[in-house]
Write a protein that binds this ligand. Structure first.
Ligand code: HEC
Length: 185
C-alpha cells in the first residue's frame, strides 16, 4: 500500500515545475573570467582619455565608449554590463533581481564583509545571472566622489541630468558587474 502511494507520487509532474539541474559552478567561473578584461579595458580607456585631455575628456570618453566596451565584451551567449543602486547613466539602472542582490551586497558591506566576497550567481527565469561587487578606489573619486571639480560637474550635469553616482568615498560599494546568459534548456 505504502509503496503504491510512493509510486503514484513519483508520477506527479514535479519535473515540469522544478528548474533543470544546472552546473552553476561552471557558469560562475565562465562569468568570472569575462570580468577582468572588461574591467581592464574600462580603466585603460579612462586613463588614456585623462592623459590626452584631462578628466573632462574622460567623461566624454566614458559617455561615448562605455556602452560599446560592454557590447564588445559580451561574447555570445554572455551579456556583460555594470549596474548600481545609484547610477550615473539611467541605462545602467538595476532591474528587480539586480536591485535585490545589490541591496544584499550593501547590507553585507555595511556589516563589514570585504567587497571582494560580494558575488552572487543563480538561475532566474531560464537564465544564469551573476553579480560581482565593484568597490570605489581613489582613482574613481575625481568623477564619483564628493569633491568633483566644477568644470567636470558642469559636464556631468550636461550628459547625466539625473546623475546619482556622486558622493562616494574610497572603499564604498560603488556597484557591480552584471552578467547573464540564457540556458540551453
Ligand atoms: C573620468 C571620470 C570617471 C572616472 C575616473 C570613473 N568613472 Fe565611473 N563612470 C563615469 C561615467 C561618465 C559613467 C557613465 C558611463 C555610461 O554612460 O555608461 C560611469 C559609470 C560607472 C558605472 C556604471 C553604473 C553607473 O553609475 O552608470 C560604474 C559601476 C562606475 N562608473 C564605476 C567606477 C569605478 C569603480 C571607477 C574607478 C575605478 C570609476 N567609475 C571611475 C565616469 C568616471
Amino acid at each position: 500500500m505504502k509503496r503504491r502511494y510512493l509510486m503514484l507520487l513519483s508520477l506527479l509532474p514535479l519535473g515540469l515545475h522544478a528548474a533543470p539541474a544546472v552546473d552553476t559552478s561552471q557558469l560562475q567561473s565562465e562569468a568570472q573570467a569575462l570580468i577582468p578584461p572588461f574591467q581592464q579595458q574600462l580603466l585603460a580607456t579612462v586613463k588614456q582619455a585623462v592623459a590626452e585631455g584631462g578628466p573632462a575628456k574622460a567623461v566624454e570618453a566614458c559617455n561615448l565608449l562605455a556602452p560599446g566596451i560592454a557590447a564588445q565584451h559580451s561574447k555570445a551567449p554572455w551579456q556583460v554590463g555594470r549596474t548600481a543602486l545609484k547610477v550615473r547613466n539611467p541605462d545602467n539602472a538595476p532591474d528587480a533581481w539586480e536591485r535585490q542582490v545589490l541591496e544584499q551586497f550593501a547590507q553585507r558591506a555595511a556589516a563589514g564583509e570585504p567587497l571582494e566576497q560580494l558575488r552572487h550567481g543563480e538561475v532566474v527565469n531560464g537564465e544564469y545571472r551573476y553579480l560581482q561587487a565593484i568597490g570605489t578606489a581613489e582613482a574613481c573619486l575625481g568623477c564619483h566622489g564628493s569633491n568633483i571639480k566644477p568644470e567636470l560637474l558642469t559636464l556631468l550635469d550636461q550628459h547625466y541630468p539625473q546623475d546619482q553616482a556622486r558622493g562616494f568615498k574610497e572603499g564604498d560599494l560603488r556597484g557591480a558587474f552584471s552578467l547573464r546568459r540564457p540556458l540551453d534548456r
